[in-house]
Write a protein that binds this ligand. Sequence first.
Ligand code: SF4
Length: 214
Amino acid sequence: MDTHQIVWNEMVAKQIVQHLDKRRMEGSYAPNGAQARDEITAMIPPGAKVYRCGSMTTAGIGLWEKIAQLPGVEIIDPYQPGLSPEQAMELRRQGMIADVMIASSNAITLDGRLVNLDGTGNRVAAMCFGPKKVILVVGMNKVAPDLESAMARVKHYAAPVNVIRAGFNNPCKENGLCIDCKSPQRICNLWSIIEGHMIKGRIHVKLVGENLGY
Ligand code: SF4
C-alpha cells in the first residue's frame, strides 16, 4: 500500500463503519492484517467454541494459529486434514451453534451491505443465524460501490478464483470466466445479502487496509 491508498482506505472504511452502525452491525478498521489478527483474538471470550469457515483472508493473516493458543478455546474446524466428507459436514452442523463464527465476506458495499455466495450454504447460514457472534474479516479490496457491482465482483471474480483454488472441475476453471454452469461442484448456489440484523452488534466487520483473500 502506498500513502495514497492508505489514506483512501482509512477514509472509506470510516464511512462504511458508520453505515454498519446504522444497520445495527459493528464495524472497525485495522490498517494491516497483523493488527486485525490481534484485535480479533482479543474479542474471543474465554472458553468459547469458535467456528472456522472457509476463508483465505483469515488464514492469510495467521488468525487461526493465534486463536489456537487461547486457553480453553475450542476451534470447530471442518477444514482440518484427514476428515471424511461426513465428518466435515458434521462439524459444519456443530458450527451452527458455536459461540463465535469467523469468516470473511465476498464483498461489502460502500453503504455497509454484506454480499456472499456459497456452494453448500453453511457459511451464509451461520452469518444469518446460529452462532452468537459473527466476526467477518474483510480486506478493503472487497469494497464495492453498490449492490450490483458487489454481486458482479463475487460471481465473476471471487467465485472463479475459488474454483481454481479448490481444483473443482467447473467451466470457470478452464478460462476464469463464469458461464452460470450447472456443475455438481458449482460453488455459486446460495446468495446472501445482509442489510442489517435485529440482534444489535451480533455481526462485527473488521475492515483491513490490505488486499486480502479474493
Ligand atoms: S456458476 Fe459455475 S462457472 Fe460460474 S463461477 Fe460458479 S462454478 Fe464457475
